[in-house]
Write a protein that binds this ligand. Sequence first.
Ligand code: SAM
Length: 205
Amino acid sequence: MAGKTYIVEHLDDELGPWSELEYLTIAKESHEAGANFCLTSIPSALALPEALKAAPGFTADGKSVEEIYAEQKARVCLLDPAASKGLSPEDGDNFDIFLFGGILGDDPPRDRTSELRKKGYENRRLGPKQMTTDTAVRVTRLIVQGKTPLEKIDYIDDPELRVNKNESTEMPFRYVKGEDGKPIMPEGMVELIKKDTEKGFGDLF
Ligand code: SAM
């Protein structure tokens, strides 16, 4: 089947620094893997960060996935934490467009993926645990392009990040385990989490 396209339908009103780092990483990894990445449903009033616009492999569209692929729904597979079937390497032979919710993770999950589910796409699950959007795209790529079964991928759940010598914070998500044994996160994310967490601690005093 033709090259793969990973689509993230942006569902939040804003596009903050966390989303920016996630989307930059998805653009970079998709580009390196010979796949396309498109961020859809971008309101015209939303100014995209310059770094993102300049990233190789990044494209954005004001239209929704529903409008873009109106006549080609069967090509689209929605990655959905509530799907009954798990994503398998064979799904890479049947679909070439993989759709994700552009939502920051929340704890407990609010099931905003339902906004895409009600559009009636075939859907697949990536296991029982909530992943960040960039992790979900990474795992999908490993399965449909790398042909690695979901259960053969090494994960790290709920990693704890040390913010300073007294405090640490737990990230309530599933990540892919990197070659260095650490969870794979977008470049700059650990620093951003530390900065935001310290700000949070600061507000307590
Ligand atoms: N709390 C969320 C919600 O409201 O649905 C989950 C959002 S998750 C951070 C962003 C996107 O990654 C989801 O919309 C979905 O496309 C994908 N995703 C994350 N974990 C997944 C899983 N276990 N199975 C399938 N897709 C997943």
